[in-house]
Design a protein around this ligand. Structure first.
Ligand code: C5J
Length: 226
């Protein structure tokens, strides 16, 4: 077992039953011209997440941790996109509309894929999800059950939307979730701060929070064994 110095208290995990989940580090959220920008967001706010996540991925790969990436997006015919999600924002820039990186938030398009810096390595799982949570309408639950996973290390964007939804879903399913504060990002600094506080408040109402350096330090014994 390993222990991370976290909020609201120590987070203990077994690397053999722990998976890193990297949420939606896609061009559509991270780069100009994608879904995030069409909703009026300043995508440069998310860039600071990239370097610590690269270091985290290196450490998790070296320790042999299970690594799962997710991508939010929809089928080209939009049959998996409910009207409540589709009919938002400026009509010419909605999901499925043409953009500089291909059709916005559509599977298979350049904008839908993960940014080059954090591209999945061979053998890492990629879960495509139509919703904000990574469990809704995906195979993630079955995949984790098959692996015997008990703890999730959660990173990605955005803190208050897909990260929160996924952590809440995971917590309800019995997973212990540690969110790495410097490896999650929001377009809104105030939501980043509040989003992290909400996770660890009330004795860790749906998770723990720590910087990635604390988690990587806790992985060191596993790194030395590899
Ligand atoms: C959003 C996400 N913000 N990945 N998606 O629409 O957080």
């Amino acid at each position: 077992m390993a222990t991370v110095d976290a909020l609201p208290g120590p987070f203990t995990f077994d690397p053999a039953t722990t998976a890193l989940v990297v949420i939606d580090m896609q061009r559509d959220f991270m780069e100009p011209g994608g879904f995030g920008e069409t909703l009026g967001n300043d995508v440069s706010q998310l860039r600071r997440v990239i370097a610590p996540t690269e270091a985290l991925l290196r450490a998790c790969r070296a320790a042999g941790l299970t690594i799962i990436h997710t991508r939010e997006g929809h089928l080209p015919d939009l049959s998996d996109c409910p009207p409540a999600k589709l009919n938002r924002g400026e009509p010419s820039q909605r999901i499925g509309a043409p953009g500089p990186m291909g059709r916005i938030l559509i599977r298979g398009e350049h904008g839908h894929d993960i940014i080059d810096e954090l591209a999945p390595a061979p053998g890492e799982l990629v879960i495509d999800k139509p919703g904000k949570g990574a469990f809704y309408n995906t195979t993630l639950g079955e995949v984790l059950a098959g692996l015997g996973t008990r703890s999730l290390i959660v990173t990605g964007v955005t803190t208050e939307v897909c990260v929160h939804t996924t952590v809440r879903e995971a917590n309800d399913r019995g997973y212990e979730c540690l969110v790495l504060s410097d490896c999650v990002g929001s377009y809104f600094p105030e939501f980043q701060e509040a989003g992290l506080k909400m996770i660890a408040a009330q004795g860790g109402i749906f998770g723990w929070v720590a910087p990635s350096t604390a988690f990587i330090a806790a992985l060191q014994p596993s790194l030395q064994r590899t």
